[in-house]
Design a protein around this ligand. Structure first.
Ligand code: NAD
Ligand code: SF4
Length: 441
């Protein structure tokens, strides 16, 4: 059974409220941290090996240490709660049921970084959650954990919740900052990274909800203990939101030592595939990461079991592996059409492109149109090569990673399921039927 750090108290009734949260050890990590020097906390976070839980897996301690500290210039912590990656809903769970875990993590992180004004930028579709967060902020303030001179330390902190308006691109950290400043959410060129020039050109750390929540158990048990959980550079626990063709969709906390097979089939997690269907493929890290067929998902190319961690999922590179990403685990059974699935994603990325770069603005639209043509049984063999060519011209040629995120699912689908694309071209009259005789994956 995986160790629980973030969700260990999630089952307790009323844990959303300060009194219950506090009764079960809440804010004890903050009390401990506020007695430490910021440099000591930073060292604990570095030692823990915590990697950003939003998707990129960038070491959190390293990001914090990059924060510029010019004299007299305020700095900020911004929590990225714009969780919009299809298949990803773990941050929603944390904010809805454990809002004080996020606020406690923000207090520790803000104190470490020297931010007196910190923000939570939350996606517009999570319309009921800002009220939960704001109520928790009020409770924390009334108890002296926010506001002026927190616990008599002289440290002041205000936290504000800012609602987005439903744009996927505002989850990209620089688009998020633009939106927070009141402008259209167009990504900025990096560098400069936000750590140097972020919100209102001030040094800013942008961290995902889960990354900040993880700081609480790191302070509680110490960075060294945290680093012993998991394996290699995949330390600590990770939240996975599981969905698609599985018996038990939901949010699971894993310790990154379990195999993908165990995660899909064990009753502790997904509980297998409904109606005894076969596994066809999976997208383990949210829609932006490459789809992997069952044979490469359960085992690596060397025949080793594939594990639910950063290294093992990407083992073999993008050609065979995939990525841990945001932990949005989408399972496809033998009846699902990869062509249709890829078309749906292409439509999504085309709709969400901000339009600043030509390869992304035009390319995502082309890919969607061609995929739709193939799916409708109107495609030609050359269309598959054209699709391949377009995704290659998008990847690496755009301002922000949305371009790559649009290209990778198409590339992986063609690479691993080309015969399915060809089947659509060869069987136009059957193309939109559910069972197209391709259950061999
Ligand atoms: P990135 O690798 O460019 O950056 C990761 C983080 O490290 C950023 O905060 C960046 O500012 C920081 N960083 C990197 N190099 C730095 C340096 N030299 N100095 C200072 N800071 C530095 O990735 P990204 O664009 O932040 O994120 C891409 C990921 O987002 C994708 O892999 C995808 O999985 C994920 N994603 C998640 C969601 C979601 O809903 N959770 C949605 C879309 C995409
Ligand atoms: Fe906008 Fe797409 Fe360019 Fe990102 S890659 S800046 S979403 S056009």
């Amino acid at each position: 059974m995986s160790k629980k750090l973030l969700l260990k108290n999630a089952h307790i009734e009323g844990i959303r409220y300060f009194e219950t949260y506090r009764k079960h050890g809440g804010y004890e990590s903050a009390e401990k941290a506020l007695k430490m020097k910021p440099e000591e906390i930073l060292e604990e976070v570095k030692t823990s090996g915590l990697r950003g839980r939003g998707g990129a897996g960038f070491p959190t301690g390293m990001k914090w240490s990059f924060l510029a500290k010019p004299e007299g210039v305020p700095r900020h912590l911004v929590v990225n709660a714009d969780e919009s990656e299809p298949g990803t809903f773990k941050d929603r769970y944390l904010m809805e049921f454990l809002p004080h875990l996020l606020i406690e993590g923000m207090l520790i992180a803000s104190y470490t970084l020297g931010s007196n004004t910190s923000y939570i930028y939350i996606r517009g579709e999570y319309s009921w959650i800002p009220d939960i967060l704001e109520a928790a902020i009020d409770e924390a303030k009334a108890a002296g954990f926010l506001g002026k001179n927190i616990l008599g330390t002289g440290f002041d902190l205000e936290i504000y919740v800012q609602r987005g308006a439903g744009a996927y691109i505002c989850g990209e950290e620089t688009a998020l900052l633009e939106s927070l400043e009141g402008r259209r959410g167009n990504p900025r060129l990096k560098p400069p990274f936000p750590a140097v020039k972020g919100l209102w050109e001030r040094p800013t750390v942008v961290n995902n909800v889960e990354s900040i929540a993880a700081v609480v158990p790191i302070i509680e048990i110490g960075g060294a203990e945290y680093s012993k959980i998991g394996v290699g550079r995949s330390t600590g626990t990770k939240l996975i939101s599981a969905c698609g063709n599985i018996n038990k969709p939901g949010v699971y906390e894993i310790d990154m030592t379990i195999t993908v097979e165990e995660f899909i089939y064990s009753d502790e997690y997904c509980g297998g595939i409904p109606n005894g269907k076969k596994l066809k493929a999976c997208i383990p890290g949210g829609s932006s990461v490459p789809i992997v067929p069952a044979n490469l998902l359960l085992k690596t190319i060397n025949g080793e079991p594939r594990y639910m961690n950063y290294e093992s999922l990407s083992d073999g590179g993008f050609a065979t592996g995939t990525m841990m990403g945001s932990g949005g685990f989408i399972v496809l059974d033998e009846d699902q059409s990869v062509v249709e699935h890829t078309m749906t994603l292409a439509r999504f990325y085309n709709h969400e492109s901000c339009g600043q770069c030509t390869p992304c603005r035009e390319g995502t639209g082309w890919m969607y149109k061609i995929l739709k043509k193939i799916w409708k049984g109107e495609g030609k063999m050359e269309d598959i090569d054209l699709l391949w060519d377009i995704q290659r011209k998008i990847e690496g040629n755009t301002i922000c990673p949305l371009g790559d995120a649009a290209a990778w699912p198409v590339a992986a689908a063609i690479r691993h399921f080309r015969d399915e694309f060809e089947w659509y071209v060869n069987n136009p009259e059957l193309s939109q039927t559910q069972n197209y005789g391709l259950a061999n994956y």
